[in-house]
Design a protein around this ligand. Sequence first.
Ligand SMILES: NC(=O)c1ccc[n+]([C@@H]2O[C@H](COP(=O)([O-])OP(=O)(O)OC[C@H]3O[C@@H](n4cnc5c(N)ncnc54)[C@H](OP(=O)(O)O)[C@@H]3O)[C@@H](O)[C@H]2O)c1
Length: 329
Amino acid sequence: MRIKNIALGSSGLKVSNLGLGCMGMSAFYGETNETESLAAIELALELGVNFLDTAEIYGPFKNEILISKAIKGKREKFMIATKTGVEVDDDGNYKGVNGSPDYIKKAIDRSLKHLETDYVDLYYIHRIDPKIPIEETIGAMSDLVKNGKVRYIGLSEASASTIRRAHSVHPVSALQTEYSLFERSVEENGILETVNELSIGFVAYSPLGRGFLSGEIKSIDDLAPDDWRRNNPRFQGDNFKKNLEVVEEVKKLSKEKGVTPSQLALAWVLHKGYSAIPGTKRRKYLRENVGAAEIEFSEKELAYIDNIFPQGVASGERYPPQQMSSLNV
Ligand SMILES: NC(=O)c1ccc[n+]([C@@H]2O[C@H](COP(=O)([O-])OP(=O)(O)OC[C@H]3O[C@@H](n4cnc5c(N)ncnc54)[C@H](OP(=O)(O)O)[C@@H]3O)[C@@H](O)[C@H]2O)c1
């Protein structure tokens, strides 16, 4: 198995099964380096990775602007996914979840301006607004498809019933939600079942457990003082210690298989036929991650993995309480 294009949903969108999460290039995960990030995006294309993931809130706006530089002159070679629905004002101040048609119509024009393009391949609703019926939000997204600003639409962190309601207004091409050896709740809360039934593509974000599964994070001091992960319960106190023990299992298994822990974790997602969008700001990690697409698993290995990484294996919630409450699950 190598990097290949897969269909996301049944509406015609095709993207590389391994994408590139660009968030950390501009926000949340410590220091940034524009030169290296641009080189990583260039390398991604050479390696067959054409699916770039960003959002207006990454930076805010800085990540979309970075991507505009990377895609200049070769826009059509990339599949650009960006997100709206968490409001930021034009000065980059966070205003909270907002799925109103007015905000979405404003946000797409701003994203297109920052990305320096006249269309987005995949436009996600980043978080579901409990104050606005999803039908209204999707109605506005559908208008963006009709007027050519957006090719396909997606949702992020939506519940099974929200996905169903959204899909009845306009075909949803992709659902993006956290999924990894650390985080398998979509297997049990009806979400994977629903997207499979409706032929909606599934995009696994944080497929490396926000870096934990790589085995490179050994102490909280490996994270910069302003790294957002310091606020994430999985990286705190006893949870951190317990999660390191889970990572030891990943290391053991990957060693036996002659691959790296990151490759093992990513290969597991790809093997299921989903798209994975590991985040990295470095060419070195990107090259390593692309190797995941060549890894095969036997039935015996898959059963072993299921046994040692069951749902709930990671200690701690995946977000701090306030952000946890903004998930529609
Ligand atoms: N929809 C949502 O709500 C949502 C939420 C979170 C993320 N996302 C998207 O999903 C993407 C991926 O998620 P994520 O970045 O949170 O987590 P992730 O992909 O699980 O992990 C990223 C972390 O792993 C490190 N890493 C990557 N490859 C590595 C390797 N081979 N060896 C060692 N370390 C490696 C990265 O390091 P460096 O950064 O140092 O390269 C980074 O710290 C994001 O970029 C974003 O686009 C979406």
